[in-house]
Design a protein around this ligand. Structure first.
Ligand code: SF4
Length: 327
């Protein structure tokens, strides 16, 4: 039996960090053996919020591919492509935009949220309102059965399903309705206890060498009530402890929990223990990155081969679409 297909993508808007690793990439890696995976670099989507400054988009695209390969995404198992290398996405987006009612887009919960969150950008554009339609085109172009997403992206997959139903009702059954495959994400905050994000400059990036990782850990905020080593701490409200739970062996997690509450371990020592475990786990990723940074032609070849393969699938889909729409 052939594997079911899944599709997911990321916008190349900056370096990837631990939040991306645990929120998506680790899951993508696990899915490679079970599914026929198509993963794409969503450079047209990067324009929706970064249209004023596109100077780094091409560089971020290559860096993103290097990050993906470094964490173990494998071109022998999955197809990696760049959205703008497959122009068929733009054609399908245009056709879908003709049949998508504007209120469906206006009620998208992330639309209003993002406009508020990014108040320093003018997002009152047609492209920003319509990006879920482009997402729908990205997904259904490959007739993906599933889309691995976090909980906040579920409404987008639901919108895609609605667009598919409308298209199939009007023109005949061309597309399958994709399902959201929910990704469990461990809670990892940035060094300042806010959401880990490049815009807050609080992230541990996948490209950070071990000494930079240790330095970033050393300035992480801990239990704010704990001023001195003799004050008992509460690991449950400490971000360093959240990291321990992911990167340290269970015995150490238990020991830190006990010793923190009994004021038997200081935060400096606790951070050093965690940083050692974190850097040990990131080291293989870092070593692979060094290889791909030296062999950028290999990276570009992987992008080209994947984009060529994706384009073949997209061409076949668009022939069906044009026939169905009679255009
Ligand atoms: S000892 Fe460790 S777990 Fe406790 S507050 Fe300090 S850094 Fe957090």
């Amino acid at each position: 039996m052939s594997k079911q297909r899944i599709l997911s993508g990321m916008r190349p808007t900056g370096p990837l960090h631990l939040g991306h690793l645990h929120g998506a990439l680790a899951n993508w890696k696990d899915m490679q053996d079970k599914y026929d995976c198509f993963y794409f670099i969503a450079d047209w989507h990067a324009l929706t919020t970064n249209y004023e400054d596109t100077s780094n988009t091409a560089a971020f695209r290559t860096e993103m591919m290097i990050d993906w390969l470094s964490v173990g995404l494998d071109p022998a198992k999955s197809t990696f492509f760049v959205q703008s290398e497959v122009k068929e996405h733009a054609e399908l987006f245009l056709i879908l935009s003709m049949i998508t009612p504007v209120p469906w887009l206006e009620r998208n919960p992330t639309y209003k949220d993002q406009i508020v969150q990014m108040e320093n950008k003018d997002l009152s554009t047609f492209g920003f309102l319509g990006y879920p339609v482009l997402q729908a085109a990205d997904i259904i172009m490959y007739k993906a059965h599933g889309v691995p997403v976090g909980i906040d992206q579920v409404p987008h997959v639901e919108l895609t399903r609605e667009i598919v139903r409308r298209f199939n009702y009007m023109y005949g059954d061309v597309f399958v309705e994709p399902k959201a495959i929910l990704t469990e994400t461990p809670k990892l905050l940035g060094s300042d206890n806010r959401k880990m994000s490049k815009s807050y400059q609080n992230a541990i990036n996948l490209a950070d060498p071990p000494d930079v990782v240790s330095q970033k850990v050393s300035v992480m905020i801990t239990d704010p009530q704990r001023m001195r080593k003799k004050d008992p701490g509460d690991p449950d409200i400490c971000n360093v402890y959240s990291f321990h739970k992911i990167y340290s062996p269970p015995e150490m997690v238990e020991q830190v929990n006990k010793e923190c509450r009994a004021a038997e371990i200081g935060c400096v020592q606790c951070k050093k223990l965690m940083a050692a475990n974190l850097t040990a786990q990131l080291e293989p990723i870092y070593e692979k990155r060094v290889h791909f940074e030296k062999n950028r032609d290999e990276v570009e070849d992987i992008i080209k081969t994947g984009s060529d393969k994706a384009r073949e699938v997209a061409k076949a889909t668009m022939e069906e679409v044009r026939a169905a729409v009679k255009i």
